[in-house]
Design a protein around this ligand. Structure first.
Ligand code: PGA
Length: 251
């Protein structure tokens, strides 16, 4: 059976104290018997503290929200995959649409980030998804498949087997507008077929594909019911421990 994952994406929210408090609340309220792997995607400043106090407890994992496409050197303000790993966390979110849009991340750069993440034993949660105008032109399948082709298809089978994908239609992120469960399932199935064409059915069948975009306690169950929907990447609702855990418990 495929691993189920619900990952929070705090984005640029919570200072050090507030982040520790929120993570502690999630830890306290989690039962440890959740059907889904819980991952907290936090700003860099929280990683080391949470690696020490949270990672591994009740199975909870922590993710960085980015890493550099360079291994090391004179890149002021950047944080490498090796540095992320050295904090003690095991996951990294890569290619979120906000990073693609505001920081001009390209599929090619993301391919380099994936390589560095995997070399440093981080599990990448690779984000993909189309803007509204692409969906309106009905080019969304081709657009998202191309994101996977250009960033993932150079990976070895071994590395691909460690990779998690998050499909996030950009028009659904932070807008309160979710994809319908049918739209999510259709895209996830398309992506899995695309992965199967390249990596083979068996590997494609083990790849968790998460849905992201205005996922909340009231719609998570319906969205997660899709056969190819293996969990969620949760923005706004991950800032509240009860809402986040309600989503985690929606399987
Ligand atoms: P949202 O964000 O849940 O607030 O829509 C999702 C995301 O950007 O990962």
């Amino acid at each position: 059976m495929r691993k189920k994952i619900v990952a929070g994406n705090w984005k640029m929210n919570n200072n050090l104290e507030a982040g520790i408090k929120l993570a502690q609340e999630v830890l306290e309220k989690a039962t440890g018997n959740e059907e889904a792997q819980i991952v907290l995607g936090t700003p860099f400043i929280h990683l080391n503290k949470l690696a020490e106090s949270i990672v591994g407890k009740k199975g909870i994992e922590v993710a960085a929200q980015n890493c550099s496409d360079k291994a090391s050197g004179a890149y002021t303000g950047e944080t490498s995959a090796e540095m992320v790993k050295s904090t003690g966390v095991n996951y990294v979110i890569l290619g979120h649409s906000e990073r693609r849009e505001y920081f001009n991340e390209t599929n090619q750069e993301l391919a380099a980030k994936l390589d560095l993440a995997l070399t440093n034993n981080l599990v990448p949660i690779f984000c993909c998804g189309e803007p509204l105008e692409i969906r309106e032109k009905e080019e969304h399948y081709a657009y998202v498949k191309q994101q996977l082709t250009e960033s993932l298809f150079h990976l070895s089978a071994n590395d691909f087997a460690k990779t998690v994908i998050a499909y996030e239609p950009i028009w659904a992120i932070g807008t309160g507008k979710t994809a319908t469960s049918a739209q999510a399932q259709e895209m996830h199935a398309e992506l899995r077929n695309h992965l199967a064409d390249h990596f083979g059915q068996e590997l494609a069948d083990t790849c968790p594909i998460l849905y992201g975009g205005s996922c909340k306690p009231s719609n998570a169950q319906e969205i997660f019911a899709g056969a190819d929907v293996d969990g969620g990447l949760i923005g706004g609702a991950s800032l509240n421990a009860d809402d986040f855990l309600a989503i985690v418990n929606s399987f």
